[in-house]
Write a protein that binds this ligand. Structure first.
Ligand SMILES: C[S@@+](CC[C@H](N)C(=O)[O-])C[C@H]1O[C@@H](n2cnc3c(N)ncnc32)[C@H](O)[C@@H]1O
Length: 296
């Protein structure tokens, strides 16, 4: 077996690293990339984000053994680059910050208002369909799944399914794998952890994984909010689209909400993140709480 961490290797890696760290992205290259990112993915990239983009792309340059951002830019806009690099670039550009039980009031509202109402309205056996749009690494999807699983224990006529979509393939793979560090799940109530997670046997690198019964309720799909129409077949009862629209300008936000609403049933619920709003927008939603809406 080759010793990949030999002192020689370390020396070479460090010298490559420092060569890349010295690289600077010109304003012109930044403009080209940022305009492309905005037009293709809707993500705003003002000049203030140049240092962030530069540092996030460094790893890609290193991996491809490129020594300038010009070279990288030429590659991204070539036929070959379009086919193989864009998927990596979007992984680097997106901000995937998320958490289990993030903004917990939404899950309380779901548990105490939406679900009992749904059961009261549907006397027959029925499935509630939920879409986590911009799901990142799956924490939102599995939080919903735990809340739903707990609820259906006493409401046997109800079943559920959750679709998670995101533009980043790397992050969708993480969501699909459903493996998290102990630290990531530290804010989940102990009783839920005991019920819905399995511990890895590797005590040196302790991780947990959602149980198969929960994982099978979730499906994942790559979807770009900037597409003219969304390739999802069904209509949903609930859509969570939280902490995604903040990266878009107002016009894009309105278009995305309207497209999402075309996949939401009348009377269905729509949830936004705490710093997002629909004020002044022409969208088919009425506000129930600051970030909770119903489709009209
Ligand atoms: C900050 S995370 C929010 C995750 C989760 N909804 C939450 O609130 O914790 C935003 C997610 O939106 C995704 N995203 C950004 N632009 C997108 C686009 N144009 N189409 C689809 N997803 C996008 C990112 O990849 C990222 O995973």
């Amino acid at each position: 077996m080759s010793d990949v961490f030999s002192p020689q290797h370390e020396k070479e890696t460090l010298s490559n690293l420092s060569a890349v760290y010295k690289l600077q992205m010109s304003d012109e290259i930044f403009e080209k990339l940022s305009q492309f990112i905005y037009s293709q993915y809707g993500i705003k990239m003002p000049m203030a984000k140049k240092v962030m983009l530069q540092s996030r792309l460094q790893r890609r340059l290193r991996e491809m053994k490129m020594d300038s951002y010009e070279q990288y830019c030429d590659f991204v806009f070539s036929k070959e680059g379009e086919a193989i690099e864009l998927v990596h670039m979007i992984d680097v550009v997106t901000t995937n910050k998320t958490d289990f039980f993030r903004e917990p009031a939404h899950f309380d509202f779901l548990r105490h208002t939406v679900l009992p109402e749904f059961v009261a309205l549907n006397k027959q056996k029925t499935t509630i369909k939920i879409w986590s749009a911009g799901c990142s690494s799956g924490e939102e999807v599995y939080t919903l799944a735990m809340v739903l699983s707990d609820f259906i224990e006493n409401n046997r006529n109800l079943d559920y399914s959750i679709l998670g979509t995101d533009i980043s393939s790397r992050i969708l793979q993480k969501a699909f794998d459903a493996v998290y560090t102990e630290e990531r799940v530290s804010n989940i109530p102990l009783e839920l952890k005991k019920k819905y997670f399995l511990r890895s046997r590797d005590r040196a690198k302790p991780t947990v994984r959602l149980i198969p019964e929960i994982r099978k309720k979730a499906s994942y799909q790559r979807l770009n909010f900037m597409d003219d129409s969304y390739h999802v077949q069904e209509k949903f009862d609930v859509i969570f689209c939280r902490n995604v629209l903040i990266y878009f300008d107002r016009d894009t936000q309105q278009k995305v909400i309207n497209r999402l609403c075309s996949h939401l049933k009348s009377g269905g619920y729509f949830f936004l993140g705490h710093s997002e709003s629909i004020t002044g927008m022409n969208v088919p939603l009425v506000q129930l709480k600051p970030t909770v809406f119903m489709k009209i």
